[in-house]
Design a protein around this ligand. Structure first.
Ligand SMILES: Cc1cc2nc3c(=O)[nH]c(=O)nc-3n(C[C@H](O)[C@H](O)[C@H](O)COP(=O)(O)O)c2cc1C
Length: 195
């Protein structure tokens, strides 16, 4: 469905194939594949191996937990994410185990874990759509989140589906080319051209 990426240099297939769908099929993600997504996150590097991440997940068939997770997406994201089989809320733990010191790298560490998860998904034909459009207050309320856990994103995941299953004004994105800055705008072998 997506146009081929305009690569400047070759990269591995899990990166070439990856994009962020908003329309998903009805196909369920096997439980073993879901566990492998979290296993990939588990093996990410983190500062002092503190692993300051936590995930709450639900699949659409789980009537007890899914509605609460879905409720934590903002309205715009809900309009398309309802077709995704799997939702994951990501959290960064901002304090050390003894709760005495901040983990200043928590967001970086969570990002590495999510990079691992995204690559694992792509390798399995599963697509993740990362969402910052979430309702923090609802997450805190539904899941009794302590102060030292920061809700960061929600992931909508599944297999890419028919764009006609989502609102027409959003569906066009499913066909758009993925655009990126050129490497020489952000990679420097010396003093950068700061913008
Ligand atoms: C941290 C983060 C937050 C995002 N938030 C949203 C969001 O709330 N809603 C949405 O539809 N897409 C969201 N996206 C998806 C981006 O818009 C998308 O990754 C970007 O346009 C590049 O497209 P591609 O992933 O298909 O290459 C988010 C992505 C990231 C990494």
């Amino acid at each position: 469905m997506k146009a081929e990426k305009n690569l400047q240099y070759p990269v591995v297939g899990s990166i070439t194939r990856r994009w962020s769908p908003r329309a998903f099929t009805d196909k369920k993600i096997p439980k073993a594949e879901i566990k492998s997504l979290f296993e990939a996150a588990r093996w990410a590097a983190s500062a002092r191996n503190q692993q300051p991440w936590l995930f709450i997940w639900a699949t659409r068939e789980q009537e007890d937990i899914y509605p609460q997770v879905f409720d934590c997406l903002n309205d715009w994201n809900q309009s398309w994410a309802k077709t995704a089989d799997l939702l994951i809320i990501t959290f960064a733990r901002t304090l050390t185990d003894d709760k005495k010191h901040p983990i200043t790298s928590a967001m970086y560490d969570l990002g590495l874990a999510m990079g691992n998860m995204t690559a694992q998904a792509s390798e399995s034909g599963i697509y993740l759509h990362h969402c910052g459009g979430i309702e923090i207050a609802k997450i805190k309320q539904h899941f009794q989140v302590p102060e030292h856990y920061m809700p960061v994103t929600m992931i909508a995941a599944g297999y890419p589906g028919n764009p006609e299953s989502i609102p027409a004004d959003i569906a066009q994105n499913e066909y758009n080319e993925q655009i990126r800055n050129e490497q020489d705008e952000f990679v420097f072998n010396g003093i950068p051209v700061w913008k």
